[in-house]
Design a binder for this molecule. Structure first.
Ligand code: HEC
Length: 289
């Protein structure tokens, strides 16, 4: 175990650090700096017959390994999540005890555009609302019990998978146009760049500076594209995993203090990571190792 820790720490120390981030007040400039960093580092990589483009980053770490990409495409032909999608659709369409359905909640009538509306910053309430929270608010408004967050309730993850699939092809389009939204963005930025845990690593160390490198047997994905394809179906877990659940998992992996799923910090993190993926296609759910 000690050796493993040491190898991980050494490996990460060797990576070229990303220096484009300063507590900036211009999210769009931050995003462009990040895109430029990745394009400078990987823009000449060949991917599916062309030079890698930022839009390709929705495929996660598959962009760095042609064998992984072809395995991914193979697994998407008969994906393991088909039953979950069907179950999610049933749950979505099943009337509540009061006879109403999710589709009657404000903004919920069109499943083809629903996923792309979130996460958003609600100025009235001064908080980030992600799709998980919006689903729960629709439930409680109809006198149904809220689901537990962070993948603890499988029905919630199935609904998220169904809605992601319905919105395939729509683009991530997070807007920041109020002081409150900017505050939330900055909190997310801080969570992403703060070193923590026994390994003293930040999200950025692994998913910016070391993206495209291997840590033990795993190829590290870039932050750009992190939010396009959730929930993902992890073959290692044999199950769907929601984005908030993945965040908690990555925090636990550095043996750091884990923020609660869907709390202020991890919703801000989702807001920040989604903004960094603006313009990329939604393609969830997707298979991942
Ligand atoms: C010590 C390295 C390390 C740190 C630090 C780390 N992760 Fe990860 N993360 C991984 C590995 C390994 C994987 C699985 C391979 C991959 O897809 O990147 C992963 C996967 C992910 C994924 C899924 C990617 C996909 O394509 O499905 C997300 C999202 C993610 N991490 C977010 C974060 C966030 C946010 C933080 C900070 C709270 C973080 N990670 C911290 C190593 C790390």
């Amino acid at each position: 175990m000690k050796n493993k820790l040491l190898t991980t720490t050494l490996f990460l120390a060797l990576a070229v650090p990303f220096t484009g981030v300063s507590a900036s007040t211009d999210p769009e400039a931050d995003r462009q700096a990040l895109v430029k960093y990745f394009m400078d580092a990987h823009g000449s990589t060949k991917f599916e017959g062309h030079s890698l483009k930022i839009e390709d980053f929705r495929f996660g770490s598959n962009i760095f390994d042609p064998d992984k990409m072809s395995q991914f495409k193979g697994s998407e032909e008969f994906p393991a999540y088909l039953d979950h999608l069907e179950a999610g659709e049933k749950l979505w369409k099943k009337p509540f005890a009061n006879g109403k359905t999710y589709a009657r909640c404000p903004g919920f009538n069109d499943t083809k555009t629903l996923r792309a509306k979130y996460p958003l910053f609600d100025d009235g309430r001064g908080e980030v609302v992600n799709l998980d929270q919006a689903i729960n608010e629709c439930r409680t408004a109809n006198d149904e019990k809220a689901y537990a967050f962070g993948g603890k309730d499988k029905d919630m993850t199935k609904i998220l998978a169904y809605l992601a699939n319905e919105s395939r092809g729509q683009k991530i389009n997070v807007t920041i146009n109020s002081p409150g939204a900017l505050e939330a963005y900055k909190l997310g930025e801080m969570v992403f760049h703060t070193r923590r845990g026994q390994l003293n690593q930040s999200c950025s160390n692994c998913h910016v500076s070391s993206a495209g490198r291997r840590i033990r047997s795993e190829l590290l994905s870039p932050i750009v594209g992190h939010t396009t394809h959730f929930p993902s179906y992890r073959s290692s877990a044999n199950d769907l995993v929601s984005l908030q659940q993945r965040y908690v998992g990555c925090l636990e992996s550095v043996r750091g203090y884990a923020f609660p799923a869907n709390g202020k910090e991890l919703k801000a993190l989702e807001f920040y990571e989604s903004f960094m993926s603006n313009g990329l296609e939604i393609d969830g759910p997707a298979m991942r190792p």
